[in-house]
Design a protein around this ligand. Sequence first.
Ligand SMILES: [Zn+2]
Length: 441
Amino acid sequence: MFDPEVEARSLDDQFKRDDAAFRRQISYLFERSPFYARKLKEAGFENPESVGGIDRIAELPATDKDEIRASQQQAPPFGEHLAADPADIMRVFSTSGTTGTPTYIAATRNDIERWATNTARSYYASGFRPGQRLVVTFNAGPFVAGGAYFGFDKLGATVIPIGLGNTERLVSAMQNLGAGNAGLSSTPSYALHLIDWCAEHGIDTKSLGLRNLSVAGEPGGADPLIRGRVEAAFDCVMREAMGIGDISTSIWGECEHGGGMHFSARDNTFVELVDPETREPIPWKDGAEGELVYTALEREAMPLLRLNSRDHVVVNAEPCPCGRTSPRIRCIGRTDDMLIVRGVNLFPTAVGALLKEFLPEVGGFFRIVPRKRGVAQSPPLPVSVELGPDVPAAPDGLAERIAAAIRSKLVVTTEVTLVPYGSLPRDEYKAKLVDYSQAED
Ligand SMILES: [Zn+2]
């Protein structure tokens, strides 16, 4: 463990420490954050004493990303949730703006130090070690993901920044510098793209010397279909990590034993599980499912209270042989990606997981292609599934077998169309599993 004292701590001890940090942060919010001082007062909390301890956190109002965006529009550039002296800001990141106007995310030196700690814990859990050569395929800025570089430094890795969109440079770096000791940080879809690229260029993927791969940025990293393909191709261990821009990089990181991601942001972040419909808290029990809600406990520049993440997860509360005491999670999708087909919730990633049963007849790429926009869809839901790389023509009855498996396991009626390998678009950064380009408004 990178921080054994913290990562192996008992849940009771952690809760006591979180309670103390939470009380300090609430006082800081009343003092320094006009946004939260007002929001808490409007919700009936006049002062820190009336908020109480962390055992009552679920009584406090939650925060939506839209509120943060609105706060920045009303009080540019940083919004009324800025709680630090602007001169103390060390970095200003921005969001990609794919779901609206980009927002600025400011961080002080201490904030960055905590992100670095979370990232170092997460990557260490995934098998990365000091001195290991770490090839990084995302860009340093302007997005928060670039903040992970501070964590790679803290871990003590030999960092080789490559950035996005230069696979040739990436492969050369691994050939020249990897020496059987390479680690790679990328997205799951980029790892798959790398396999195809190597095949096209006659390069043996196993010759690249990749030992560890940590993927983030999209949910596919836990998909057994994708993981199995990548680990077999590179003879490496693939694990996943997850963060959220407004809170921290790498809040979660998966250990050598797999089975989900451990919480790597102890002491600086508190996480709740809530019901996505009722917003009621859900206990962290084995098999529980819900949306993650984050509270910063030590944030200086832009502390957020009960941020709705829109990330849906399932909990694995089995004790982990690695000794880390936090429960593990799998992200099963985003509220924003969820479709409801005749009353049944469907996460596109669930379709991906199910396609594993059809290897090697299918290759792992698919798209849901709804006929109309919006969350509510009527059956049959059109799904395009790519055949495997060595399957030139659709085997008889395969589409029907896939549709039957989806109907029996996910209780959704689909219309499966098989398409040749390589015909669906490959996204270098985030794979879009739902394609509305053929939908009516
Ligand atoms: Zn573990």
